[in-house]
Design a protein around this ligand. Structure first.
Ligand SMILES: [Fe+2]
Ligand SMILES: [Fe+2]
Length: 268
């Protein structure tokens, strides 16, 4: 099965699916699914965006996509980031948000494909928040819903065999390098989630950088923000066993870069 993983888009949906189409043409493949690591940009009402989003990129394409009922041209599953309309997202749980677009709630797993060729994808979206981590997820209200919780991690560990794990934040201890700035992820619990769930591969976003890491022997791939090299990574996954491989990345390093936000990059 050939899948494409996507980093943060912050509402640039036209650009995301245009890049996915170009990437498919370059690789001469069709993706069976697009897996998105959050900060998708679910802002149905431009008046309800959070402050960081208002100060940076705005609501983006989602309101128009919703009004027009646009279809995701590749079946897409995403987890939440820390910049979405959480209330709306949760009120639409378990449903297709748009034709071809589905949300994986925190701790849940979905099967993609049919019968023996299916693969299981689990997700833990949102970022680490020290004051909310130990709380029950159903006690978090409003903007606090941008944080994942320990009970959601425990749910994610309960699914048996998982092929791909999607995280928004980077597992604890992963070194992030963004230009000349370097730091280490403080996202408690995600390291244990990766080691315990033991997917074949784990993808994360949030830090807007292409990262190569390993946690408990599991390859962890940090994806860049839309328009930057390493925003999209294509992988081939064998139906059985633990084989997988990277087929390519998009946009390519050293290629023509056309950032979506030339002036002000959105926050993580
Ligand atoms: Fe984020
Ligand atoms: Fe982001």
């Amino acid at each position: 099965m050939i899948l494409c993983a996507s980093g943060d888009t912050h509402g640039a949906l036209d650009r995301l699916f245009q890049d996915v189409a170009e990437f498919e043409r370059a690789l001469k493949v069709r993706f069976e699914a697009l897996l998105h690591v959050g900060d998708f940009g679910v802002w149905p009402d431009p008046e309800r965006v959070d402050r960081a989003t208002r100060d940076h990129e705005g609501a983006g394409d989602f309101p128009r996509w919703l009004a027009e009922g646009q279809r995701a041209r590749v079946p897409t599953w995403f987890i939440k980031g820390n910049h979405e309309d959480f209330e709306w997202l949760e009120s639409h749980a378990e449903r297709e948000l748009l034709p071809g677009l589905r949300h994986i709630p925190n701790g849940r797993a979905v099967d993609i494909g049919d019968g023996p060729t299916r693969i299981r994808v689990a997700g833990i979206g949102g970022c680490f928040g020290p004051s909310d981590y130990q709380k029950q997820s159903n006690r978090l209200k409003g903007y606090a819903r941008r944080h994942y919780t320990l009970d959601e991690i425990e749910t994610a560990k309960s699914h048996g065999s998982v092929d791909v794990l999607l995280l928004h934040d980077a597992p604890l201890g992963v070194a992030i390098q963004k230009g000349s700035r370097g730091y280490v992820s403080n996202a408690e619990g995600l390291d244990g989630a990766v080691s315990s769930i033991r997917p074949r591969v784990c993808f994360f976003g949030h830090h807007h950088a292409r990262i190569r890491a390993e946690v408990g022997g599991v390859p962890c791939i940090g994806l860049n923000i839309v328009g930057r090299p390493g925003h999209l990574v294509a992988v081939g996954i064998e139906e059985r066993g633990r084989e997988w491989r990277i087929l390519g990345e998009w946009p390519e390093e050293g290629g023509q870069i056309a950032p979506v936000w030339p002036k002000s990059e959105p926050r993580d």
